[in-house]
Design a binder for this molecule. Structure first.
Ligand SMILES: [Fe+2]
Ligand SMILES: [Fe+2]
Length: 172
């Protein structure tokens, strides 16, 4: 059984993953408004991935005999100063999420819940990847320029992001 403390923390993380999805969906709306279809597509895939992160935790809490509780999802921003600023906000957000996951893993260790710690290690690796991917986009924008041709080329590249595959509860 999950401890109450851990169950509460996992339920909060489910909310954070849904918020992440909501935030990226807000960025989709912003980017679509600028006719940046490729950037919007990339962000839409990102939003879907966050939804899958929420579901993986949801299924895990259920499998451990816990009770999922869904909280209200905070309203995300509507506008950013530029497409680059939206990607910067995405990176900042991922850094906060990485910190949350680390704290959750610390709690799992304190509670001596090895199964939950094991699950969270999947999220630890996922966060490394997420931060690296957004950082890569920002660095490329620095190289090519984040307006005009540079942005046009980036938009074309980001159009190719594939649909995320469903993650099974046990891992990969
Ligand atoms: Fe996530
Ligand atoms: Fe993420």
């Amino acid at each position: 059984m999950l401890s109450n403390k851990l169950q509460d923390a996992l339920n909060q993380q489910i909310n954070d993953e849904y918020y992440s999805s909501y935030l990226y969906q807000a960025m989709v709306a912003y980017l679509e408004d600028l006719n940046l279809d490729g950037c919007a597509h990339w962000m839409k895939m990102q939003a879907e991935e966050e939804h899958l992160h929420a579901l993986k935790l949801f299924d895990y809490v259920v499998e451990r005999g816990g009770r999922v509780e869904l909280f209200a999802i905070a309203q995300p921003a509507k506008e950013w100063d530029s497409p680059r600023a939206a990607f910067e906000a995405a990176l900042d957000h991922e850094k906060v999420m990485t910190e949350n996951i680390s704290k959750l893993a610390d709690l799992a260790i304190t509670e001596r819940d090895h199964a939950t710690n094991n699950l969270l290690q999947w999220y630890v690796s996922e966060q490394v990847e997420e931060e690296a991917t957004v950082d890569d986009i920002l660095k490329k924008l620095d190289m090519m320029g984040d307006t005009g041709t540079g942005l046009f080329l980036m938009d074309r590249e980001l159009k190719n992001r594939p649909t995320p595959t469903p993650i099974d509860q046990a891992g990969a």
